[in-house]
Design a protein around this ligand. Sequence first.
Ligand code: DX5
Ligand code: ZN
Length: 225
Amino acid sequence: MSRPLKIAPSILASNFAKLGQEVADVTEAGADWIHLDVMDGHFVPNISFGPAVIKSLRPHTQAVFDCHLMIAPADPYLEAFADAGCDIITVHAEAGPHLHRSLQTIRALGKKAGVSLNPATPLSHIEHVLDDLDLILIMSVNPGFGGQKFIPAMVEKIAKTNLMIANRPIDLEVDGGITPETAPLVTAAGANALVAGSAIFKGDGVDDYRKTVDTLKKAAEDGRA
Ligand code: DX5
Ligand code: ZN
């Protein structure tokens, strides 16, 4: 089964002084999803933004809001992120002891439920919650910062995840170090949603972003061919 390709620019690498414009520009440039990296300075060693910022961005694009929660605990905040306009809400498998409950809570809020795995976390962690999932996010760097180098061992993990998903309606997303060089490796392994921060937000404005989004799309399609 071939799931549609989705390019998800991470605004973590954008200009925070004009976030609304950045979101509008990257949407016009061809982004499918807007990837929102939420960091708490506790689960990961960095702090980014929360639901109030996301809510303020919602009117600036029609694109899907793909929210990646790098926070622990996540459960007390799920409703706030749903209310802020997130369409997909992804929690980390390592962020709490009750993953199944978190996923059910997200779906009960009417949103798509995702789970993310750090590079060292085995796939067995999620094999019993596949029916409760709409998206699996494989981290190809250690979460917390943009601009890190892709971890090559994640290609095999993506391929195994793809086999595990089989023909279930679950998106397979990869996050960290995605460039025109690494994109075809992960799509060849079965990923269909690609997060990219620094590779897309180099340059400034719609014309620059269109070039980087197009280059990434083409590289990703080459891997799928
Ligand atoms: C890392 C974040 C990523 C990051 C990707 O914690 O989840 O989304 O912004 O950035 P690049 O594409 O620069 O590796
Ligand atoms: Zn992310």
